[in-house]
Design a protein around this ligand. Structure first.
Ligand SMILES: CCCCCCCC(=O)SCCNC(=O)CCNC(=O)[C@H](O)C(C)(C)COP(=O)(O)OP(=O)(O)OC[C@H]1O[C@@H](n2cnc3c(N)ncnc32)[C@H](O)[C@@H]1OP(=O)(O)O
Length: 208
């Protein structure tokens, strides 16, 4: 099974909740942190032809090592976890969850150079992706409800800087049947950089 196949979303999420942080998965988290460091470095440098050849060969070797161990989605560590240090993932900068209540979350993050849009500003798609991850966790709440994003609207109010602490706030505004209306704010110090409002729908058995 690859990520193009799917199983029941609720069954998959339940299975993935039984995730024990071990020394082995901590080492995996460290490897992902190293990948983040590499991503940040790769966007900043124009390496020499010799360096490029050397790095391309090394990367191809590492890729082959990983491909030889590829697993179906249900067995992978990637995308799991979810304690204070958030999920094992690379799609957003690492989110650190400080307070997680059933209707409110406080978190923070620092985005490296990899997430640049232009002229020192974070890419707008990354701002929206951070909100999807944050508000998805908000919709899941402390009980781990399985929800999907129906819509997510982001307003960009000020440049979101890189390499600086950003504070994130999420709130559940209302709940109607399977619908959870949630909002989020992204702050740099006293500056409100972006806001989001989103609708998450709780999954039914049999849905993807
Ligand atoms: C395994 C889980 C991982 C969690 C991932 C975390 C977040 C993600 O990034 S998910 C990925 C991005 N999102 C998606 O791919 C979702 C794609 N969309 C879908 O799958 C479906 O449209 C889905 C599941 C959201 C809703 O479909 P369905 O379950 O059939 O709900 P449906 O009966 O149409 O609607 C339920 C209610 O929501 C409302 N609703 C649904 N979509 C919208 C919308 N876009 N705007 C407003 N209201 C909506 C309906 O009107 C209905 O309201 P009411 O209860 O008042 O009648």
């Amino acid at each position: 099974m690859t990520s193009v196949d799917f199983v029941d979303a609720i069954a998959l999420a339940k299975h993935r909740q039984n995730f024990e942080e071990t020394e082995h998965t901590r080492a995996y988290r460290e490897m992902l942190a190293a990948v983040r460091g590499f991503q940040n470095a790769v966007v900043q440098a124009n390496p020499s032809p010799e360096q490029l050849e050397q790095m391309t060969t090394s990367l191809q070797q590492m890729q082959a090592m990983l491909e030889a161990q590829a697993l179906p989605e249900v067995e992978r560590w990637y995308g799991r976890g979810g304690g204070r240090d958030g999920k094992l993932q690379l799609v957003t900068p690492q989110l650190i969850f400080e307070e997680v209540e059933d209707d409110r979350i406080h978190a923070h993050t620092t985005a490296g150079e990899f997430y640049i849009g232009m002229n020192g500003a974070m890419h707008g798609g990354i701002v929206a992706t951070i909100f999807d991850a944050l508000l998805g966790r908000m919709a899941a709440g402390t009980q781990g409800r399985v929800c999907r994003t129906a819509y997510l609207t982001t307003e960009y109010k000020a440049i979101t800087p890189l390499n600086q602490r950003l504070d994130l706030v999420a709130k559940v505004e209302s709940v109607e049947r399977r619908k959870r209306f949630v909002t989020g704010q992204l702050w740099h110090g006293d500056t409100l950089c972006a806001t989001a409002d989103a609708l998450f729908i709780e999954m039914l058995p049999g849905q993807q």
